[in-house]
Design a protein around this ligand. Structure first.
Ligand SMILES: [Zn+2]
Length: 108
């Protein structure tokens, strides 16, 4: 795969993630400021807040992976397994552009 293409795709995904994370940051607070009348509503809001929190964490985790992959491209060691130093299979990178381990090491 072409490194320039990979970089573009990673940068695009990063942009999208940043936008979604930003929107998650705003929403729950505004939502929770509204007055609540019933216990059910309070429970709903609590669940909603938890759900957003989990989603946000997953997205932030993904964002970190993407940033790490972009850094690797800059440093010229993209696609190299962090564990054994071998080239990561193209097949693996196609599935996850931010993979840092080759198939063998990932299975360990
Ligand atoms: Zn490896």
């Amino acid at each position: 795969m072409n490194l320039e293409k990979i970089k573009n795709r990673l940068e695009k995904e990063r942009e999208e993630l940043v936008l979604i994370i930003e929107s998650y940051k705003k929403e729950p607070e505004e939502f929770l400021k509204e007055s609540v009348s019933s216990a059910d509503e309070i429970a709903d809001r609590y669940e909603y807040k938890q759900e957003i929190h989990l989603k946000k964490e997953a997205l932030e985790e993904r964002l970190k992976e993407i940033e790490r992959a972009l850094r690797k491209i800059e440093e010229g060691n993209y696609g190299i397994c962090e564990n054994c130093g071998q080239k990561i299979e193209d097949q693996r990178l196609k599935i996850d552009l931010s993979a840092i381990l080759c198939r063998k090491c990932a299975l360990k």
